[in-house]
Design a protein around this ligand. Sequence first.
Ligand code: K1U
Ligand code: ZN
Length: 179
Amino acid sequence: MTLRPILIHPDPRLKAKADPVAEFDRDLAALADDMLETMYDAPGIGLAAPQLGILKRVLVMDCVKEENATPEPMVLINPTVIEASEDLSVYEEGCLSIPEQYAEVERPAVVKVEWTDLAGKQVQQEFDGLWATCVQHEIDHLNGKLFIDYLKPLKRQMITRKMQKLKRELARGAKNGRS
Ligand code: K1U
Ligand code: ZN
């Protein structure tokens, strides 16, 4: 397993629509392992392949947040929302590609999602609570959409400028030999 670097917004790869997965092979299983390791290390509760610069429709998540609770890692390939509740819920979202920025986003409170698992089997499951928020946030990543796209333009611009500054500082640090 390998920790992979997470792209920081703005990056054109975070705005692109990812391609469906066609081959369920060892490389796909290795990518899913790397994604889970990278997500747990960040730490985060979800991660989509485009955040690693890989434009494939793969996401991982584990919304069990309590310490000492049994982890529930999930790998979803080619996921689609097939039903969404009219009921909405608001959650203060964050994103590993937009570090330390949080904003309230309103989404369907309950969604039914269909996807293919690593063995190539079709699966359907209903999600609610944080799991529903997270799976929608991650599917958005597969469609090149970020949580800041739900915000008013001024707030989105402000966050984007902060991220541009952060990226300049990180690049300067890397050039001067800092990690
Ligand atoms: O996709 C991502 O960037 C991951 C993101 C997922 C997400 C968070 C909140 C609402 C919807 C989707 C994160 O994991 S941000 C980090 C985070 O929320 C967290 C980190 C450690 C413990 C608990 C939460
Ligand atoms: Zn995100």
